[in-house]
Design a protein around this ligand. Structure first.
Ligand SMILES: Nc1ncnc2c1ncn2[C@@H]1O[C@H](COP(=O)(O)OP(=O)(O)OP(=O)(O)O)[C@@H](O)[C@H]1O
Ligand SMILES: [Mg+2]
Length: 353
């Protein structure tokens, strides 16, 4: 276990005038599972590679267990990294792939044998030790890559989208395996993904990045319920938060034809009204407005209903129960759960307290 601390960590790639990582501050606790989440190109891999020592640091500092390691080479940081591409040695057997790092570190043969067998047992690789990577399925390769990190018993595990090459079912399975593994090892882990479901289900905390910067840091439910800005509100959740234009009129917030009892705060006249699909009811209780049903999408456990609301420029999505009576073309009542709604500043995109 270890703590990892990033202070104003910054990366500018040579020849580029953009900052790939822009003054990132993040403290990862002993044994914490920290997820870096954000869209493609936001700087997740670059951040992780600086922590691993695979990429030089342009500015700021990186500490492990309170000790600055900016200049410490990768091999001396006691960190193991698992990549999306797995990066297995193609000419080596599974056994040799697992043992390679330990051999290079001069660990005794008997100790290597013990550790490799234990990890192979845990990950269900015991029958595959003689195979070469080309003769393994994607999921098996992924487990070898994971095993190679575990046998080293590092202070910190880094994962860069390790599940994204797997099919959906395998991904859900491996997600569960990784959560169990984290509980068993109690190791500090930093996990990069652009998949918000992975982030929500795996992370003790999620660090949401955009454009090289940290936008929000918090527990999964905190960032889901209290998004710092419109980016987070629309990035987390599927379908995402509905973001509807609104304006204050006396004591009410007018959203389309709905007049909502919202106390006017600050100087904002124009705001964005944010409401999650599960916080809109269509059962007819005290409706705020009416909408036309554009589509009904049954997902088995729930139904997504797509609405057009008068004077609202884009569709509004509602998460309904497994069966809903609404049909395409119906005019249906819309009730917003006002305790779960948020207001955002349309200029700064920040949430208004
Ligand atoms: N070796 C490099 N040289 C120059 N620019 C780079 C290099 N690697 C990455 N970048 C740029 O730095 C920015 C951050 O890239 P990074 O790979 O960290 O993003 P990411 O969040 O991991 O994205 P993805 O989800 O697509 O993997 C991007 O604009 C990218 O084009
Ligand atoms: Mg990446």
């Amino acid at each position: 276990m270890a703590t990892v601390s990033l202070k104003d960590l910054t990366k500018r790639y040579p020849g580029s005038d953009l900052l790939a990582v822009d003054a990132v501050n993040l403290d990862v606790d002993h044994g914490e599972f920290m997820v870096l989440l954000g869209p493609s190109g936001c700087g997740k891999s670059t951040t992780l590679r600086m922590v691993a020592g695979l990429e030089s640091i342009s500015a700021g500092s990186l500490s492990i267990d309170g000790k600055r390691v900016n200049e410490v080479p990768a091999k001396d940081r006691d960190i193991a990294m698992v990549f999306q591409s797995y990066a297995l040695y193609p000419h080596m057997s599974v056994l040799d792939n697992l043992a390679f790092g330990l051999r290079r570190r001069g660990v005794s043969t008997s100790e290597i044998d013990k550790r490799v067998r234990a990890v192979a047992e845990t990950l269900g690789l015991a029958e595959l030790l003689k195979r070469k990577p080309h003769a393994l399925s994607g999921g098996q390769r992924q487990r070898v890559a994971l095993g190679r990190a575990i046998v080293r018993d590092p202070k910190v595990f880094l994962f860069d989208e390790p599940l994204s090459n797997l099919d959906a079912a395998l991904r859900v399975g491996m997600r569960g395996e990784l959560i169990k593994l984290h509980h068993r090892l109690g190791a500090t882990m930093i996990y990069v993904t652009h998949d918000q479901v992975e982030a929500m289900t795996m992370g003790d905390r999620i660090c949401i990045m955009n454009g090289g910067k940290v936008v929000q840091l918090g527990s999964p439910l905190d960032v889901y319920r209290e998004p710092a800005d419109m980016f987070v509100a629309s990035f987390l959740g599927s379908p995402p938060t509905n973001l509807l234009p609104g304006r204050f009129n006396g004591t009410h917030l007018v959203v389309g034809q709905a007049h909502l009892p919202v106390p006017r705060n600050a100087n904002a006249e124009q705001v964005i009204f944010g409401i999650r699909p599960e916080d809109i009811r269509i059962d007819g209780t005290a409706p705020h407005t009416y909408g036309e049903v554009l589509a009904v999408e049954p997902l088995g456990a729930e139904t997504i209903v797509r609405f057009r609301l008068p004077e609202i420029p884009h569709d509004v999505l509602v998460r309904g129960p497994r069966s809903v009576a609404a049909k395409v073309g119906d005019r249906a009542p819309i009730t917003f759960d006002m305790t779960s709604a948020h207001l955002f500043d349309p200029i700064t995109t920040q949430r208004i307290a």
